[in-house]
Ligand binder design. Structure first.
Ligand code: GAR
Length: 206
């Protein structure tokens, strides 16, 4: 993708949206090579959606409870995202597992950021689980989403030391600082250079 033809990002969020904000800010520079064309969520009234609205980016909400089954939700989410013709879909604090229709439609183009060093501490409580286990380093992982829970091929990782006086909030806050930098750097490279995956090994380039 070039400055004149930036990669189209659709970002899905469930909460504060600080990772989304970092991407929006990075996209303000044409040299970054990407543009957030839509932001979606699985719930209303979250700061992530407000951030998108303030930036003039179209938003949508698809709640699991609005549909008769998880499968129908997945199909609706897929159709909605597809309408924005994304080159890359970024799950940035999106607290739902996307389903087979979604992964089929955007194979190898859905990335997720997780607040732990995969394969350790998958799921929704990565920082708390790392703290409870007593690890001395944790961090964040950007990966290509597959059908598992935080099991996809790893694009990048950022390491964050655990401090003796950390609680879950202080640890997660420090992880998020490293995570945002990792996300911005690597989504930008994906947009500009493309990504090739071979036997779980990810490298930039087409
Ligand atoms: C981020 O730390 C992200 O890795 C995490 O939620 C936070 C969202 O922050 N996601 C998960 O735990 C998914 N398993 P943000 O809304 O401020 O970007």
């Amino acid at each position: 993708m070039s400055d004149a033809n930036p990669a189209r990002l659709v970002v899905l969020v469930s909460g504060a949206g600080t990772n989304l904000q970092a991407l929006i800010d990075a996209c303000a520079d044409p040299a970054y090579g990407a543009k957030v064309v839509a932001v979606g969520a699985d719930r209303d009234d979250i700061e992530g959606l407000a951030r998108a609205e303030r930036a003039g980016i179209p938003t949508f909400v698809r709640k699991v409870g609005q549909f008769t089954s998880r499968e129908h939700w997945d199909l609706a989410l897929t159709d909605t995202v597809a309408a924005f013709e994304p080159d890359v879909v970024v799950l940035a604090g999106f607290m739902k597992l996307v389903g087979p229709a979604f992964l089929g439609a955007f194979a190898d183009r859905v990335v997720n950021t997780h607040p732990a060093l995969c394969p350790s501490f998958p799921g929704t409580t990565g920082p708390a689980d790392a703290l409870a286990y007593g690890v001395k380093v944790t961090g964040a992982t950007l990966f290509v989403v597959d059908a598992g829970v935080d099991t996809g091929a790893i694009i990048a990782q950022a390491v964050v030391p655990v401090q003796d006086d950390d609680d879950v909030e202080s640890l997660h806050d420090r992880i998020k600082v490293a995570e945002r930098e990792m996300l911005v750097e690597n989504v930008g490279r994906m947009a500009r250079e493309g990504l090739t995956i071979s036997d779980r090994r990810v490298r930039f380039g087409r």
